[in-house]
Design a protein around this ligand. Sequence first.
Ligand code: C2E
Ligand code: MG
Ligand code: MG
Length: 702
Amino acid sequence: MRDRSIFSFSSKLVLFFILQLSISSLIIGMSGYFVAKKELNKKGEQILKNAVIQAIDLLYSEYEKVESGIMTKQGSQEIIKETLLGIKDPDTNLRDLHGKIDLGKHGYFIIYDPHGNEIMHPSLEGENILETIFVDQKNRDLLQDQITVGLNGGGYTYYSWWLPYSTKVSKKISYSDYFSPWKWIVVATTYEVDLNRAANIILFVIFLTMASLISIVSVIILKYVKFMTTPIVAIVDGMGKIASKEYIKIKKDKHKDEIGRLVDGYNNMVESLQNTKEHLAEREKYISYLAFHDDLTGLPNRHAIEHHVSDSINQGCTSAYMLQTDILGLKIINSTLGFKQGDRLLQFIGSYFLELNDERLFLSRTSSNEFTIWIESVEHDEMVELVYDLRKSVKEHISKNGFGRIVDMHLAVSEYPKNGISFGELYEKTSIAMKIAKDTNNLRLNEYDKKFKEAMENELSMRRYLRKAIEENEIHPHYQAQVDYRSGRIVGVEALARWNSNALGAVSPSIFIPAIESQNLVTEFSHYMMDKILSDYPRLKEKYNDEITVSINISPVFFMDKGFQEVLNIKLQKHSIPPNKLTIEITEDVFISDFEEVTKTINHLHNIGVRVSIDDFGTGYSSLNYLTMIDFDEMKIDKSFINKIIEEPRSLELFKIFCQIAEIYNYDVVAEGVETEMQLEMIKTTLPIVIQGHLYAKPEPL
Ligand code: C2E
Ligand code: MG
Ligand code: MG
């Protein structure tokens, strides 16, 4: 609350002016009154003196009448008394007070003899004034003065006395003079109340005039002050509003002085504040845009989807899916064509997503090659269809823009509320599903499963135990038979690593092999496995037959290692195994790296007589061009084709095409993952092929 004085600035100003006016009016009025009073007193004194002179003139003319015998002394003296003080009431013995000479309302004449005897008095005639009982010593002195002044040639005396026939006391002036023939002291006396009556009237008139003047001037002042203070009050109010970011300009009216300049200054300030506010609002908008958008694609970012998902959950969303797509091929584009092209690819995907007008989807880019999509209001099957359609159309869009077929997506999804009830939980679960999709190179939609999390947790602890596992011989090869189905003869075995961890139990190679690669343990592990497998060979011959071949999986990293060829030579000699009984399995991934080096290594293997097999054929992304340039000995058609061979006619077709390619290039064919007689029947119709699958044998220890 603002601390406000009860009086506003303008009322204080008005009050100040009125006070000023009143004080000056009072001073003028009072001085006028006092001046007038003084003058009137002076005038009154003069009148008194004249009255006494006039009375003494009368006394002389009467005295002359008495002297000339026209009048008796008593008669003349009575005429004088009646002229000066009026007729005496015979009943009361009191005189009328007012004679023929005017001494004002209360003024009257007195005549004493030099001893203080009242020769003429309105009420005390015949008494001695100096001895009258109610006259005290102080008054007696005053009256004595009056007589003395009169005897000494005339003069004034000033004192306070009762008004005639009244108990009220007033200031009084007397003039006394001496009429020697009769030894009379003639005194004219009057009261200030009479003398000042005019001054009082003047005072009253002055105050009346001043009061009306003050009223009129107050109205003018009020209007003027209002005129002067209105802009100031408006500025004060405006200032108050600035605090709440309200910028209001005020009217200048007719002010051309400092107030006008103040208003101009204030308005300029408000305008610049307004501009600053708009500018800040734009910046704020931009900053919040940046905070919630991905710079490269213009799509909402992780922050934005987090908000959206939380809002949607808070608003009572009952079921939804969180989809993650991981762009495959971006790495290759970045490393072969440069980052600019990689960025272009992401922008194409972004622009495609931005133009999608599907209310069910909230699309965002959450990391460099990861897009996260919140899908609402769909049933499970509809979601699956939607996701595959989305991938198909994105791929078409990208390929139209010149990126060929190299780009694809891993897809992972988690479900709200089944897998998590917050953005964080769902994001974590989707990421786990995505990791599994990537590790297992699975291009189908990976739906989060509780087991994934366990596997992930296992993987984390597995990473800690992995080095120890190699050192402490916890990893062993198992062997899976490869069978010529026509003869039923086992022609070879594939060595597959098995880790039975003391701490973790059995860990799948699809989990620990990628971990070995990412932890730079490949060389160590490869040496270890090759030694184990090659040293097993004599026993494998014993178990199966003398002609048996053994296949070893070699990681692309080790295959490309400069020391690989030498290591292989040494190990073949060390374990004295015929090179043509050894098959090296490599995957198509190896062609992503240096093609020439790969060719050289393969040529070397052929030169020393080792067989080379291309594993998981059909799942890589490189062009099949390499087949025209490199000789292989064997093609292992990936189990994903056999898997679907019954339900999907295209899988069988592809399988047949692969077999034709193998025929053209004279490769042996191994079909991986044959589990059922039915699958076998389907593929039997084509070439003579070797079968590796649970139908005949599972990987087993030697
Ligand atoms: P791969 O080389 O393609 O091995 C074949 C995989 O198919 C093996 O999985 C095998 O158990 C599985 N398999 C064979 N027949 C069937 C079947 O009828 N049904 C099903 N469902 N699966 C079948 P495994 O042992 O889990 O190995 C997975 C992958 O791990 C291997 O795929 C290989 O790429 C890698 N790997 C295994 N051991 C080694 C190794 O010592 N070194 C390297 N670098 N990689 C290895
Ligand atoms: Mg293999
Ligand atoms: Mg395979």
